[in-house]
Design a protein around this ligand. Sequence first.
Ligand code: PGA
Length: 250
Amino acid sequence: MQQKKYTIIANWKMYFSHKQALSYLENNKTALQQLATKSNIIICPSFESLATCKHVCTNLPIVIGAQDCSAHDLGPFTGQVCAQSLKELGCNYCLIGHSETYEHWNNDKETILSKLSLAIRHAIEPILCFGENQEEHEKQKTEQSITQQITDFCTTLKKYAIQKALFAYEPKWAIGSGRVPALHDLEKNLSLVKKITHEYAIDARLLYGGSISSQNIVALKSIALLDGFLLGKVSTDFQELKKVVSLLYE
Ligand code: PGA
């Protein structure tokens, strides 16, 4: 049987300064290239480092993605970065709806869906982040929350006749907490996403993200529905990233 080619997304958040992001890439270029022989590697640096990271990765099988984009097109929006610029800088992907954009920047559903529309209109492939929050998790409202978020995404995708998309399940309570969902819950929730996206005739590639480490990746890879992983903190330590990715292929 052919080995699965996982998609690995390194979300560097704001863990690195511009110079630190560049040294990471420069120091690990060859090793990253090695990792990319088996996986699709997408690195998401902060906005200010996108262009230089893209430049360093020219001729490498490493793809660059943005962590967010503005909900607006060009206009009077101080401090924002529009999808058009991301495309012009060579970003192929953009995270849409990451939980930290809700939590710290008060993004609401309309804002997130507007970002999604703009990414699509500027030919950037969205990485659709979704997941229940702590309260929904505790009150057993996970299914309801996921159904709503996926339905909203699918409705927008359909508007643009998109037939294929990346969905990253990131329970908000699992991000940065050291906790991951029980495997049977993960499987159940991913199956729900498959079911909804199927109803919209969207071919969903499913990722998981939230507190992934070399300690839990072997268990997580046992879930056949998963096509890849979204790594936060662990991706900022190259040796750890390498360990996580290597364990996927053992
Ligand atoms: P974490 O972050 O791996 O640090 O939990 C994942 C994410 O937020 O994408």
